[in-house]
Design a protein. Structure first.
Length: 321
């Protein structure tokens, strides 16, 4: 009858998508657009809401994989080094100086290496989308008082890291003292001078507004990290094939857009941060590589991520170490 508003049917499946960054980050709007498009293309059958900064959940990323496995959360974006506690092979995404460019990273992870990591995740109850690796970028070093020009400048420095095993080991192997601090607490830790500096991609420095706290930026490119779009296999297996296909297609579409945006931002940010008062220095990265070799880093992590993951990495990028 005219004048009667018909409410859309309630979704048949609903859930939450968490990520650790703020709403104004290089991740949030792409996830929002992704899931809004999925909702439209599924006729409202699947509705996923996006929650920045874990929606205030007190637990850190260390328990995120378990939340997906037990079905208490439907989707998350998480770097491979943080997934590594449950699926060790995923830490291969962060092997220092393995990748020359972000294009190298995505070629490997969209290809045979990524397919292997997806199978490893599925065996533990996690869905990893084949083309769902979002860009964050190469990690640089940010200090309060002085730049890092040579690896020896890191000796004894307290550097904030996430809880991820490989990232901590990279800093320790380079001679620094890694201090684990949750990403949401970095600002407070810097203000309180609990650390001498931190390491992250340039875009995280920009999003966090940390330039006034750590104005000495050293281009160390010591490892790459990004955000795997991962989901609960329990939840995923409840979805019919046509809905899964719509999700997968839109993950590929919107992740590609996120990568392009973030790569462009990271390319431009050194100049932008200099204009904001930062001092940008190119570090002697060969001294970093040599220090890692001397401390047995590559042999140690080849064993930890597994021979198959390492083989697939080298088939994509060449000899590592």
């Amino acid at each position: 009858m005219a004048g009667i508003n018909v409410k859309p049917a309630a979704p048949l499946w609903s859930g939450r998508q968490f990520h650790v960054l703020p709403e104004h980050s290089h991740q949030h709007r792409f996830l929002v657009d992704l899931w809004e498009t999925v909702r439209t293309e599924t006729g409202g059958r699947l509705a996923i809401t996006v929650h920045a900064e874990r929606d205030g959940e007190p637990a850190g990323s260390h328990n995120a994989p378990e939340m997906l496995v037990d079905g208490t959360l439907e989707f998350y974006t998480l770097n491979g080094n943080s997934i590594g506690r449950l699926v060790p092979s995923t830490e291969v995404q962060g092997v220092p100086y393995a990748f020359a460019t972000s294009a190298d990273v995505h070629r490997a992870n969209d290809g045979a290496l990524g397919a292997y990591l997806s199978r490893e995740c599925a065996a533990k109850g996690i869905i990893r989308f084949q083309c769902g690796l979002m860009e964050n970028g190469f990690r640089q070093t940010f200090m309060f008082e002085h730049p890092i020009r040579h690896v020896d400048d890191l000796a004894g420095m307290k550097i904030r890291t996430p809880a991820a095993g490989m990232i901590r080991d990279v800093m320790a192997s380079l001679g620094a003292e890694p201090v684990v601090i949750n990403i949401l607490d970095i600002r407070k830790a810097l203000e309180e001078r609990r650390v001498n500096g931190h390491e992250n991609p340039l875009i995280v420095m920009h999003v966090g507004g940390f330039v006034e706290l750590t104005p000495f930026i050293s281009i160390t490119r010591h490892m790459w990290t990004g955000f795997n779009l991962i989901g609960s296999k329990k939840f995923w297996d409840r979805l019919p094939a046509d809905v899964q296909a719509i999700v997968d297609a839109n993950v590929t579409k919107f992740v590609a857009a996120q990568r392009a945006y973030t790569i462009d931002m990271n390319d431009r940010l050194a100049g932008m941060l200099t204009a904001q008062g930062a001092t940008v220095t190119q570090a002697d990265t060969e001294s970093f590589r040599q220090k890692l070799r001397e401390n047995g880093f590559y042999e140690r992590w080849k064993e930890r991520v597994g021979s198959m993951a390492w083989q697939l990495l080298e088939e994509s990028v060449g000899k590592v170490g």
